[in-house]
Design a protein around this ligand. Structure first.
Ligand code: PEP
Ligand code: MG
Length: 575
């Protein structure tokens, strides 16, 4: 029976393949007594050995494809399985109490998980608990002869169907086999959506109950343009969508010709289209997609993956590696933006009622300046190896910006004692993602070399709508005319002080926003690497003056986001 599902269009493209549910099988088991303890122990060790061998092979296959921090998770899991104390306790239960392997193992590991989980507020211990939980599932599945979903082991095309998708899932995804993603939860700026775009996998998110509707192996079509999925489509629909997929492949090939072309409009106005990255591993994809530089390096991933505060040298090496790979292009690094939805293992932060409105980003940096100083020193040192810009996240007030700058200049002067030229080419900037900073843009512009508008957060705060909550995703409205006026105000305020204005939120890579942003005079467009060539291709067909007229028309004749979208859609067809 054909089932149709609607969600939020999150990543362009059409995927057609069998469903692969990222949901766990039932791993419950019976507790019973065994007569032959030796063979029960052998059964246990066989399961352990098989899992260790699998983990070792997968790690080997992924070496070079994942960062060292991501690979370290395999060693952690192998270490849990090799822990002599854990093995002793399980064996004792089998020998002395004659318990079956499942019960003996589950008793021991559950105790460990509970101890770790009891340390609430300690993010690191919570992550360890998750590692133990993961091992528990693997061992029980092996003993029970059941299969766990395992993205790493995929060897055929699938559409991944999941409740939600986190960084650990996406780091395992191979775009050769994952032809589409559908999730119950998430909005356009959720992790799953951003990652799907950067991996160029068609995706729809926020479908509510797709995991209950789809069954493993059923044919599924994902339409990432419109946000629709079809389970068990008719063969006519498959061929219809296959045509759309083929056409999109051709268009992508045409975009490929844009790699070495300059980012200019048809009238010759020059812009920059840069990439957003999460680690230096992403730079190769940015370069392959012809990025004019990196407009946002989200450094928090460097901290989130680590089990200790990254040292100055560790950070210096990461930033140096990144900027060297850019071969003379500029690297814009955002200082630590943690808190909110981005916890750290080694620095437990108190649980908050409203983490997005709480202790995060620059607020933490100014409150714990040692950590901030370490990062600034590492960045200053790396700036001797390429062009580096530094920007501060979540600035609300002028005082915060001035305090952050003061700390930066103190560190620069200390380093300048031995390296007089240090920091001479560094440009300082700030993110505009808090409404008050947007309103105060004119005063703030006098203080920085550049602004970068973070529309993901700016929209969430302007519309008072959690960016990850699909129940309020209708309020993610980059094309709302009132919001457009605010963006224009930021751009004009920047330009009044010769301050470059960039945008690194998802709006920068949105096709309907592009002509409006050009019309408003935005200088730098920073986006997922996968959107760069499409944006450049489109930009080169647009005329700046006509875009200015379009913006004027939008804010004078339209009262709502749908009205603006409709206007832009018609305008694009005509122009
Ligand atoms: C933003 O808020 O728009 C932004 C780019 O930052 P992040 O998505 O990392 O919060
Ligand atoms: Mg942000």
């Amino acid at each position: 029976m054909v089932t149709r599902v609607n969600g939020i269009a999150a990543s362009d493209g059409v995927g057609i393949a069998p469903a692969y549910l990222l949901t766990k099988p039932n791993l419950s088991f019976e507790k019973y007594h065994v007569s032959d303890a030796a063979s029960e122990k052998k059964r246990l060790h066989n399961a352990f050995d098989k899992i260790i061998r699998n983990l070792e092979t997968t790690k080997k296959n992924l070496t070079g494809k994942l960062s060292d921090e991501d690979l370290a998770i395999f060693d952690t899991h192998i270490a849990i399985l090799n822990d002599p104390e854990m093995i002793r306790q399980v064996e004792n239960r089998i020998t002395n109490q004659r318990l079956n392997a499942e019960s003996a193992f589950a008793e021991v590991i559950t105790k460990a998980i509970k101890t770790l989980q009891a340390m609430t507020g300690n993010e690191y211990m919570q992550e360890r608990a998750a590692d133990f939980q993961n091992i528990q599932d693997q061992v029980l599945a092996e003993l029970e002869g059941k299969e766990l979903p395992n993205l790493r082991a995929l060897d055929h095309p699938v559409i991944v169907v999941a409740h939600s998708i986190g960084p650990s899932d996406t780091s395992q995804m191979d775009a050769r086999f994952v032809k589409g993603i559908i999730t119950d939860l998430g909005g356009r700026t959720s992790h799953a959506a951003i990652m799907a775009r950067s991996l160029q996998i068609p995706a729809i998110v926020g479908c509510n109950d797709i995991t209950r509707k789809a069954v493993n192996g059923q044919n599924v079509i994902v339409d990432g343009f419109e946000g629709n999925a079809i389970i068990e489509p008719a063969s006519t629909e498959i061929s219809q969508y296959q045509k759309i997929a083929d056409k999109f492949m051709n268009v992508r090939q045409q975009w490929q010709q844009m790699v070495d072309k300059p980012s200019v409009t048809a009238d010759g106005s020059k812009y920059k289209i840069a990439a957003n990255i999460g680690s230096s591993v992403d730079i190769s994809s940015a370069m392959e997609n012809g990025a004019d530089g990196v407009g946002l390096f989200r450094t928090e991933f460097l901290y989130m993956k680590s089990d200790h505060l990254p040292t100055e040298d560790e950070q210096f090496n990461a930033y140096r590696k990144a900027v060297e790979q850019l071969k003379g292009k500029r690297l814009v690094v955002r200082t630590l933006d943690i808190g909110g939805d981005k916890p750290l293992r080694f620095m437990p932060l108190p649980k908050e009622m409203n983490p997005f409105l709480g202790y995060r980003a620059i607020r933490i940096a100014l409150d714990r300046p040692e950590m901030f100083r370490t990062q600034l020193r590492a960045l200053l040192r790396a700036s001797e190896f390429g062009k580096i810009s530094i920007m501060f996240p979540m600035i609300t007030t002028l005082e915060e910006l001035q305090a952050a700058k003061k700390i930066y200049y103190e560190e620069q002067q200390k380093l300048a004692v031995d390296h007089p030229e240090i920091g001479k080419d560094v440009r300082l900037g700030m993110m505009i993602e808090v409404p008050l900073a947007a309103l105060n843009a004119e005063r703030l512009a006098a203080e920085v070399d550049f602004f970068s508008i973070g529309t993901n957060d700016l929209i969430q705060y302007c519309f008072a709508a959690d960016r990850g909550n699909d129940s309020v995703s209708y309020l993610y409205q980059p094309l709302n005319p009132t919001f457009l006026k605010l963006v224009k105000h930021i751009i004009d305020s920047g330009h009044a002080h010769n301050t470059t204005v960039a945008m690194c939120g998802e709006m920068a890579g949105d096709r309907y926003s592009l002509p409006l942003l050009i019309g408003m005079g935005l200088d730098v467009y920073s986006m997922s690497a996968s959107s760069i060539l499409r944006t450049r291709s489109m930009m080169r067909q647009l005329d700046r003056k006509k875009c200015q007229e379009l913006y004027q028309e939008a804010i004078t004749t339209c009262d709502s986001m749908p009205a603006v979208k409709n206007l832009v859609q018609h305008w694009l067809v005509e122009n």
